[in-house]
Design a protein around this ligand. Sequence first.
Ligand code: MN3
Length: 196
Amino acid sequence: MAITLPDLPYAKDALEPHISARTLEFHHDKHHQAYVTNLTKLIAGTDMENMPLEDIIKKSSGDAAKAGIFNNAAQVWNHTFYWNCMKKNGGGKPGPKLSAKIDAAFGSFDKFIEEMKNAAVTQFGSGWAWLVLDGDTVKIMKTSNADCPLAHGQKAVLTIDVWEHAYYLDFQNRRPDYLATFFEKLVNWEFAESLM
Ligand code: MN3
């Protein structure tokens, strides 16, 4: 199974003025593509060459000798998932199934947003903030660099890329502004609900 770069699920300018076409040109066409290209080279001729991406992530996780494979494979997966977590005219509130889980876990939607933003803003350096499904319960997780819930037996429901390349052209160093915009204008709750 060849590892390929999936198309963005929207036009490059669909998220403007919040996330620019320029950011998506670099983020999707250069960064995401580079992870695909690197992974393809790293697994060529190995027993991982024909594995599904999820299996490559699980098999290479925690193996220091396969750190390069893990990092690139997880970044391929993470970015594909992240694109789906945003849409044109996003924002609003989750659907009924996810809302019920969020209320049960955090007390209220507003409290969840506060905690998710806090996780994302306190992720030191590069990484990701996630909402994950752990059994029947949702919880917040943050990961460094390429690490992802799949490597920890968790199911991702929503993610925010907090590597600087995700927001620097549009927000410079203002990560909190990027996070506020993500939840007010971009988040695709229909996608998250579809995973319940
Ligand atoms: Mn990124």
